[in-house]
Design a protein around this ligand. Structure first.
Ligand code: 5AD
Length: 330
C-alpha cells in the first residue's frame, strides 16, 4: 500500500465520527471512483450455499449458537450441495461459497469429498469455504481438494472485546492463528467484523482497520450487527447502516483491489442496503442458493432478507436494481 492511502488514527476517528455531510459524501464518491478504477461498474456475484446450521460454538450474538434450542437444525447432504451448485451454475454463478456453523459432523474427509466433487463438476469455478475454525491440516486438505478461498471474520481486533462477544472456550488468538494458517496455505483469505456489535467502541474499529491493514485480506466482509431474539444479546441495538457504509468506503480506499461484499445484513437493515453498499465502494453480492426449505433455519439474526425468494428471482431483482444505477451483475 502506498502512503497516500494511509490515514492516521486521528483522521480515521474524524471520518468515523464527523457529522459533516460534505465530508461523508466526498468519502463515498472517492471510494466509488477507486472501485470503478479497479473493478469497473461490475458487481461480482457469489452463490451462497448454507450447508449446515449445526454449531458447537455459543457466540452471544448469533442465532444459530449451540445454546439456542429453538433452531430447527439441518445439514445438507452431499447430493443436495451438488444440486445447489449445479442450479447455481445454470444461473451463471461461477463462485460457490459453502458456509456453515462449526458442525462437528463435518469430518475432514466429508468436506474434502464435497470440495473435490464441486471442483470436478465446475473446473473453472472459485470455491470459497466459510466453515469456521479448523486445524491447519484440514484447511490444507480442502485447499488441495480444490478450494481457493476462505472467509473467517476476525470479529474484533481487540481481545478484550472478543471476550465480551464469545464464551471463554473461544480464543481470539486461535482465530488469528487460523487466519494466518489460511494465508500461509495459499487461500485468498477474507476477514471482517460486524459494525456496531455490542460493546464495540470507535477505538476498536480503528484497531480493526489496522489489523486488516497489516493482514492484507483479499476479501473483507463487514455488515451491521443485527440482533436475534433468541440470543443473550436480544436486547442490544442494531448496528448503524450509515457507519457500515463509511467503513466500506474507508476499507475500499485502504484496499483498492479487495473484494468487498455488500452484505445481506446491510440489505436487511435498509431497503436497497446492498445498492447503498455498492455505491459506497462494495463490489460483490452473495445471493442465496440454499434450498428454500432451509433458508429460514439459517438465521444468524432477525429479519434476514431473501428467505423466500428463488435464487433466479433474487438474482433478477438485484440485477434490475443495480442496472438502474448503472451497475451490471457479472
Ligand atoms: N448480526 C450480524 N452479523 C452476524 N454474524 C453472526 N451473527 C450476526 C448478527 N447477529 C456474522 C458474523 C459471522 C458471520 C458469518 O455472520 O460476523 O462471522
Amino acid at each position: 500500500m502506498t502512503s497516500e492511502h494511509t490515514l492516521g488514527d486521528e483522521a480515521l476517528l474524524n471520518l468515523l465520527t464527523t457529522n459533516d455531510t460534505n465530508v461523508i459524501d466526498e468519502l463515498h464518491s472517492t471510494a466509488r471512483k477507486v472501485t470503478d478504477r479497479w473493478h469497473g461498474r461490475i458487481v461480482k456475484t457469489r452463490g451462497l450455499i448454507e450447508i449446515s446450521n449445526y454449531c458447537h460454538n455459543n457466540c452471544y450474538y448469533c442465532g444459530i449458537r449451540a445454546g439456542n434450542a429453538n433452531v430447527q437444525r439441518y445439514r445438507l447432504t452431499h447430493d443436495e450441495i451438488m444440486q445447489c451448485s449445479l442450479a447455481g451454475a445454470t444461473l451463471g454463478f461461477n463462485t460457490f461459497v459453502l458456509q456453515g456453523g462449526e458442525d462437528l459432523q463435518h469430518s475432514t474427509e466429508w468436506v474434502e469429498r464435497v470440495v473435490a466433487d464441486i471442483r470436478s463438476a465446475h473446473p473453472t469455478a472459485a470455491i470459497t469455504l466459510s466453515l469456521g475454525e479448523r486445524t491447519k491440516d484440514d484447511y490444507k486438505r480442502w485447499y488441495d481438494a480444490g478450494a481457493n478461498r476462505y472467509l473467517l471474520r476476525h470479529e474484533t481486533a481487540n481481545p478484550k472485546h472478543y471476550a465480551k462477544l464469545h464464551p471463554k472456550q473461544m480464543s481470539w488468538q486461535r482465530r488469528i492463528d487460523c487466519l494466518h494458517a489460511l494465508k500461509d496455505i495459499g487461500y485468498e483469505t477474507g476477514t471482517g467484523i460486524m459494525v456496531g456489535s455490542p460493546f464495540q467502541t470507535i477505538n476498536d474499529i480503528i484497531l480493526d482497520l489496522r489489523l486488516m491493514e497489516r493482514f492484507r485480506p483479499e476479501m473483507i466482509g463487514i455488515g451491521p450487527y443485527v440482533s436475534h431474539h433468541d440470543t443473550p444479546f436480544a436486547d442490544k441495538p442494531n448496528g448503524s447502516v450509515e457507519l457500515t457504509l463509511r467503513l466500506i468506503s474507508i476499507l475500499r480506499l485502504m484496499h483498492p483491489q479487495a473484494n468487498i461484499p455488500a452484505t445481506t445484513s446491510l440489505g436487511t437493515l435498509a431497503t436497497d442496503g446492498r445498492l447503498l453498499g455498492v455505491e459506497a465502494g462494495a463490489n460483490v453480492v452473495m445471493p442465496n442458493l440454499s434450498p428454500l426449505n432451509v433458508r429460514k433455519a439459517y438465521s444468524l439474526y432477525d429479519g434476514k432478507i431473501c428467505t423466500d425468494l428463488e435464487a433466479a428471482e433474487s438474482r433478477r431483482l438485484l440485477a434490475q436494481q443495480f442496472a438502474e444505477k448503472g451497475y451490471e451483475l457479472d
